[in-house]
Design a protein around this ligand. Structure first.
Ligand code: PXP
Length: 250
């Protein structure tokens, strides 16, 4: 497959750390999961260092920087603490996500339009340090335009609304969300932004998003780690890779 058509898979290993932290010990080891993911065809590893360290730890990030042979996509909130950590490690990519302490997962996209000035200043040093900056946003034209104005190179479109509608059997709504994702992927691509997508994707929902030609990377975590319980991590990732490639080929 030509490089410009290839869809990259970023495997998010946060929830290996969730299981480890349930007992406070050393296993299962997210670094071991990351190495298995690499061998199973992941093009990158994604990890979210949350303010409350509920899953990935600072030591995990250090370890990932040392052991990975594929790029690390470091997800973080736009706080001074996280900026310092990112500038120390200089990961290949930084994805800025909204974060609320009380949420179970990243519930919505970042509100870029209302915080343009602050975010422009926030990401500038990260870009100067050589990290590719991505902004996690809803499929909303206002947010995409704002992400472009602040100098982001990449946007990641939040696929949660589409996946939630699908999971609840609201198929019309899922289709509306999918159409919105497609339209906004095209819009962002035409502005010159690289487009990624993720959140909540499963074997049942991945194909239409993977088929979208402007989308260059999917970041998938929770479902894969759950599926690994039944299939093993490598086969779970290989199946996702197969579905993505099949959708892309059509
Ligand atoms: N992309 C971003 C920006 C995220 O914050 C997350 C969740 O941490 C994901 C992708 C992966 O979502 P999921 O774990 O639901 O596959």
């Amino acid at each position: 497959m030509a490089e410009e058509h290839k869809l990259r898979l970023g495997v998010n290993i946060d929830h290996v750390a969730t299981v480890r932290n349930a007992r406070g010990g050393a296993y299962p080891d997210p670094l071991r999961a990351a190495k298995i993911a690499e061998e199973a065809g992941a093009d990158g590893i994604t990890a979210h260092l949350r303010e409350d360290r509920r899953h990935i730890s600072d030591t995990d990030i250090e370890g990932l920087m040392d052991v990975l042979s594929v790029p690390l996509n470091f997800e973080m909130a736009a706080t001074d603490e996280m900026q310092k950590i990112a500038l120390r490690h200089k990961p290949h990519a930084v994805c800025i996500v909204p974060e609320k302490r009380e949420e179970r997962t990243t519930e919505g996209g970042l509100e870029v339009a209302r915080e343009e000035n602050r975010l422009a200043h926030f990401i500038a040093p990260l870009r100067e340090a050589g990290s590719r900056v991505s902004i996690f946003i809803a499929a909303d034209q206002r947010q995409i335009e704002a992400a472009n104005r602040i100098g982001a190179e990449v946007i990641e479109l939040h696929t949660g609304a589409y996946c939630d509608a699908f999971a609840e059997g609201l198929l019309n709504e899922a289709q509306i969300e999918l159409d919105r994702l497609r339209e906004m992927a095209t819009f962002a691509h035409e502005l010159g932004l690289e487009v990624h997508a993720g959140h909540g994707l499963t074997y049942d929902t991945v194909s239409p998003v993977a088929a979208c030609p402007e989308v260059r990377e999917l970041n998938i975590g929770h479902f894969l780690i759950g599926e690994a319980i039944f299939l093993g991590l490598a086969p779970a990732i290989e199946e996702m890779r197969r579905l993505m490639d099949a959708a892309r080929a059509t």
